[in-house]
Design a protein around this ligand. Structure first.
Ligand SMILES: Cc1cc2nc3c(=O)[nH]c(=O)nc-3n(C[C@H](O)[C@H](O)[C@H](O)COP(=O)(O)O)c2cc1C
Length: 215
């Protein structure tokens, strides 16, 4: 079965991220790995180094997972510069009805990351995209929990990770990597479900549409 000319079982996803020091880049790769594990065709794009081909990939994707480092309690200036370049697409509805989700990384355990995830969700909403939440219970929130739990920092809106500001990219927390893998897989599955639903409803509605009375 196909949708948009591509295999319905393999939705086309893009991970569009900005990372100043490489921590968020590690998470972007984890999101991509999770989505690939469930059959998605994924392209990872650094939004501060975009080519024309990258823009075409975003425009053609069934869903886009946005990621940004948290700087000053919000998305980074690099991510926002990318967001502002999408104004024409926003007006024209180029990304309308694609799925979307988000992830971020900060230096502090909280670090006001919620501000970043909310900015990503609003950005997606302005594009009329369907936001997919994290879909995990909070981890590390009882005496039986630990920092190795999935969603150890307890976010619902998206994936929130923390890396010490003086740590290398090899020290991005394993639980945060797994949480981002989960997010990637979840977005891929939801996107697949949407594609299948769209394909079924367009097949259903075609005969009725052609026999509808005309005025
Ligand atoms: C300009 C700037 C602003 C930052 N603001 C925050 C912040 O608001 N909250 C926080 O916890 N960490 C903050 N940090 C730390 C980064 O979030 C942290 O180093 C993160 O790992 C960077 O991710 P990256 O390697 O993907 O760039 C800031 C870092 C910079 C350079």
């Amino acid at each position: 079965m196909t949708h948009n000319g591509s295999d319905i079982a393999a939705p086309a996803l893009a991970v569009a991220y900005q990372s100043g020091f490489g921590h968020t880049a590690v998470l972007a790769d984890a999101v991509a790995a999770g989505a690939r594990e469930v059959g998605a065709d994924v392209t990872v794009i650094a939004v501060d180094r975009m080519t024309e081909t990258d823009w075409d990939v975003l425009d053609g994707a069934d869903g886009i997972v946005f990621g940004s480092a948290t700087y000053m309690g919000n998305v980074s200036a690099g991510f926002q510069a990318f967001a502002e370049k999408t104004g024409r697409r926003c007006v024209e509805g180029t990304w309308r009805d694609k799925t979307a989700a988000g992830f971020t990384n900060s230096g502090a355990k909280s670090g006001d990351k919620l501000g970043t995830l909310m900015s990503l969700a609003v950005f997606a909403a302005q594009h009329h995209m369907h936001w997919v939440n994290l879909g995990l219970p909070p981890g590390w929130n009882s005496s039986r929990g630990s920092e190795s739990d999935l969603n150890r920092l307890g976010f619902w809106l998206g994936a929130g990770a923390q890396t010490d500001v003086d740590a290398g990219t090899d020290r991005v927390h394993a639980a945060d990597i797994q949480t981002c893998r989960h997010l990637g897989a979840r977005v891929a599955l939801v996107t697949r479900q949407l594609n299948i639903g769209r394909s079924a409803t367009s097949a259903e509605s075609s005969p009725a549409a052609s026999s509808a009375p005309t005025r």
